[in-house]
Design a binder for this molecule. Sequence first.
Ligand code: NAD
Length: 244
Amino acid sequence: MSSHTAFVTGASRGIGRACAISLASAGHRVVLAARDLAKLESVAEEIRATGGTAFVSAMDLSSEDSIRAAFKQAASEAGPITILVNNAGITRDGLSMRMKREDWDAVLQTNLTGSFLCIQQVMPAMMKERWGRIVNISSVVGESGNPGQANYVASKAGLIGLTKSLAQELGSRNITVNAITPGFIDTDMTAVLSEEVKQRMLAGIPLKRFGKPEDVAAAVRFLASDDAGYITGSVLRVNGGMYL
Ligand code: NAD
C-alpha cells in the first residue's frame, strides 16, 4: 500500500481522532488539526507510541487566515498533502423560527465553508501528484433532514453537493471526492442528548447499537486507500441501517 500525508480536521477527539489513528496505522503520515494544540498533541503522542508519524497543527475553521497558515505549516513539515479528511463540525441546534443569525452563520462557516477552504488548500498538491483522496464527513441528517437542526442539516447536505461537484471537477486528475454520512456515533457531540432521545433513536437502528468512532474511521481509511480508486462522488452510509 502506498504511503501518503493525510490531514484530518477536528482530530483532537471523537471521529477525527479515530480517523487519524486509523490512517496512521495504515502507514500514512498524519497531520492532526483542531483549535486545541494540547489535545492534538496527546493524540499525536498516542500515534507515535505505536510507531506512527504524526504532526499537529492549530487551526480554527472559522478563520480563513488560520486555515491557510495551518496547511502551509503542515506541508512544510509533513510534505504534500494527498489525503484530506474534512471531519470537524459543530452543532447549534434550535427551531428555525427562533434561530439566531449567528448560530446559522457559525455552523455553515465551520462545517461547509471551512471544508471548502480546506479543499482549496490541498487541490494544487493533489493535482501535481496526480493522486488525491478527499473524504467529507457529512451526516445521516444531511440526507434525511431533521427538525431543530436546519443550520446543521443545510451544512451537511451542502457537503454532499460539494462532494458530487468536486468529484466531477477533479476526476480527470485522479483525485476522488467522497462523503460519509454517519448515523448516531457515540462521541462528545451526542453525549449531550437525553437518555430518552437516545433510546428512541436506538429503537430505529436495525443493528441495535450506536456507532463507534472506529466504525466511521474504517470507512474513511478504505475511501482513502488505493483500493477505493474507482469510487468517487459517492455517499457512504455508516449508520447501522437507521436511514436507507
Ligand atoms: P466532536 O464534537 O467530538 O469533535 C468535533 C471536532 O471538531 C473536535 O476535534 C473539535 O475541536 C473540532 N472543531 C470544532 N470546531 C472547530 C473549528 N472551528 N476549527 C477547528 N476544529 C473545530 O464531534 P464528532 O462526533 O467526533 O463529529 C465529527 C464529525 O462527524 C462532525 O462533522 C459531525 O458533524 C459528524 N457527525 C457526527 C455524528 C455523531 O453522531 N457523533 C453523526 C453524524 C455526523
